[in-house]
Design a protein around this ligand. Sequence first.
Ligand code: BDR
Ligand code: CA
Length: 311
Amino acid sequence: TRKIIIDTDPGQDDAVAILLALASPEEIEVLGLTAVAGNVPLALTQKNARIVCELAGRRDMRVFAGCDRPLVQPLVTAEHVHGKTGLDGIVLPEPTMPLQDAHAVDFIVDTLRSHPSETVTLCPLGPLTNIATAFRTAPDIIGRVQEIVLMGGAYFEVGNITPAAEFNIYVDPEAADIVFRSGVPLTVMPLDVTHKVLTTRPRIEAIRGLGSAVAHAVAEWTDFFERFDMEKYGHDGAPLHDPCVPAWLIRPDLFTGRRINVEIETTSPLTRGMTVADWWGITDRPRNALFMGDVDAGGFYELLTGRLARL
Ligand code: BDR
Ligand code: CA
């Protein structure tokens, strides 16, 4: 079982990722959820994280609020994709489980210090502000992280918030730069992978058909999400980005990628937030990331549907 902290900005796809992780206790032990500003402001992401835990019947899960804005630039949000609440598509009850008093960054630091070195994995599903802040304030924890498995960036698929940049990296490029240079082993799920796990009708109807409250919510969320993506990309369904992270922890065999150098553009106004990925090994820069390129989408949805059926 891998111990993880999910750092998240829910977000419908974040919500599905959280559900997949919570439904998989053999492979994943979730130590806590840390919310960050991203898809919507922090007040909503921390609330949404609690809504998702309650939906999963996990009022015991600890949820912490973290940074409410990126390290340097003002916050950019994505209500145009996720709706005003960040979880548009279905109205769920206001959460009653508490938000923890501690700051998310303190929780990350304390957890890494109190567990044996290299036994805690960080799973960022949003901008990297909380993780970078933890690394800046407590550099001693960097060497203690087992691995970072994150959703962010792109290579062939380039960008979704600007022509050059993927949203999570674009929102806080300075934070991403700190994380990508940290020396912690990185596994990255870029758009190249997430644009292959499309929420086609049959896949969503299979989830809806599970008949549970969780399944209903996931189907309604993905329906909402899809409206935007179909208009924009003309895909048969929308990408389900963030669930690729727990899916990899459970079934790494579903994914293939390359260990390559990836660096973050922070200075060019045109390409700020771009993940410059040396896919072809052109440089001899350090291979700091396992950058995924392909996924067995059928296997991914079988896994997701099977696991959601447990909730
Ligand atoms: C990422 O941005 C967010 O909108 C999604 O939740 C995902 O983490 C995709 O670019
Ligand atoms: Ca996200």
